[in-house]
Design a protein around this ligand. Structure first.
Ligand SMILES: NC(=O)C1=CN([C@@H]2O[C@H](COP(=O)(O)OP(=O)(O)OC[C@H]3O[C@@H](n4cnc5c(N)ncnc54)[C@H](OP(=O)(O)O)[C@@H]3O)[C@@H](O)[C@H]2O)C=CC1
Ligand SMILES: N[C@@H](CC=O)C(=O)O
Ligand code: NA
Length: 358
């Protein structure tokens, strides 16, 4: 009788999403197709195939320092036993830079980290080439819309020959939460800084919330979508996306999220004036993104919508709403909506990608 080989999973990054992913992996119905072979924080690594719910204390007690090149060598040694996958749950450029090496070696990559797919085109091209050469896959569903089926839907539209005319929507769970709370047509409401803090406490923001408020997180998602439509998309990096930042000039470049959040209340009056202006016109504020391949338009910014518009009436919590306008779907776009941030839904998207390797 042949034994089914388990997929050997190495987890890099055990913050909100990484910890939740481990919980979801440990809860997969037995016999699980997965075996966790390594867990790495920014400081330590734990090797071993018998991780249980006490993995955090085991990792804390590990004497093995975090060392990605050493982890890579270890994983290469496991390839003869069956498929190996690295799950990158960091937001690190340094970890993203390892993807071409992993893929070239035959190690699959699954990740919610947007950096590799939205940064310099040369890194993205190396990733695509390395994957093609070895057959190892990179899967990144949770990079856009967290667990919502955005990347998989787009890939299916493209591969079946539909023509994407426009993708538009609310792509940031943080921005969605902030403006759903902050701007509902009334001139009064909570302070801007307080809703930003709430979004952070709920686990929606990037490790540094400025990466959400400057629009870069949305610009990265739009870059990923553009490259998914066409790997030869002309976007050289997310930095070339037309993006309107919400960060007051005096708060640019603040190194830590804590200090950024502490100083934000200084600018509440400025944001309040924008809310009042919108309310006076019976409009709400929403941070939206657009990709229009035919014109090469890729842009993200704060827009005003009538209080009757679906962006005003149908969004709650951290909802994303993404509308795919295509030739086949004609005048009525294909719409995907739901929570677009948070540990549970993001880890679910990552786990869903892992199942695609089974
Ligand atoms: N939260 C969400 O709703 C969503 C998140 N994502 C993406 O998921 C990823 C993780 O987000 P989240 O869990 O919220 O962020 P966290 O900040 O909670 O977790 C990130 C973790 O990565 C660790 N880390 C950083 N560098 C390294 C390294 N070199 N080696 C190993 N570990 C490292 C950090 O450790 P340390 O603290 O020690 O530096 C931290 O624990 C990000 O890329 C984010 O953009 C995507 C969709 C939604
Ligand atoms: N910070 C991001 C997390 C998901 O990508 C967001 O708010 O959407
Ligand atoms: Na998604």
């Amino acid at each position: 009788m042949s034994t089914v080989q388990k997929i050997q999973v190495a987890i890099v990054g055990v913050g909100l999403v990484g910890s939740e992913l481990i919980s979801q992996l440990l809860a997969v119905t037995k016999p699980s197709p997965f075996q966790i072979v390594a867990v790495t924080s920014s400081k330590k690594t734990l090797f071993g195939a018998s991780l249980g719910s006490d993995w955090k204390s085991s990792l804390d007690g590990s004497q093995t320092k975090a060392d990605i090149p050493a982890l890579t060598t270890h994983l290469e040694g496991l390839l003869p036993n069956g498929k190996v996958v690295v799950v990158d749950n960091t937001s690190s450029d340094d970890i993203a830079a390892f993807y071409p090496r992993w893929l070239a070696a035959g190690i699959n990559v699954v990740t919610p980290n947007k950096k590799a797919f939205s940064g310099e085109l040369s890194l993205y091209e190396k990733i695509v080439e390395s994957s093609k050469a070895s057959g190892a896959r990179f899967l990144n569903e949770s990079t856009v819309g967290a667990g919502l089926p955005i990347i998989s839907t787009l890939k299916e539209l493209v591969i079946t020959g539909d023509e994407i005319t426009k993708i538009e929507g609310v792509f940031s769970g943080t921005m969605s939460y902030i403006f759903n709370q902050y701007s509902n047509g009334s001139p009064e409401g909570p302070a801007f800084s307080s809703v930003v803090s709430e979004a952070r406490e709920k686990g929606y923001t990037e490790p540094h919330p400025a990466d959400d408020l400057n629009g870069f997180d949305v610009a990265r998602k739009l870059t990923i979508l553009s490259r998914t439509i066409s790997p030869s998309s002309s976007i050289t990096s997310f930095a070339s996306v037309q993006t309107a930042s919400l960060i007051p000039a005096a708060l640019e470049g603040i190194p830590t999220g804590d200090e950024f959040i502490r100083r934000l209340p200084e600018f509440d009056a400025q944001f309040d004036a924008t809310r009042k202006e919108a309310a006076a016109a019976k409009e709400v504020l929403r941070f939206v993104g657009v990709v229009e391949p035919s014109t090469g338009t890729v842009k993200a910014g704060l827009e005003r919508y009538p209080t009757s518009h679906p962006f005003a009436t149908s969004l709650g919590g951290s909802d994303n709403i993404i509308m795919f306008h295509t030739k086949r779907y004609g005048a009525r776009p294909l719409i995907v909506q739901g929570a677009g941030a948070g540990a549970a839904v993001t880890a679910m998207g990552v786990l869903g990608d892992l199942f695609k390797l089974v």
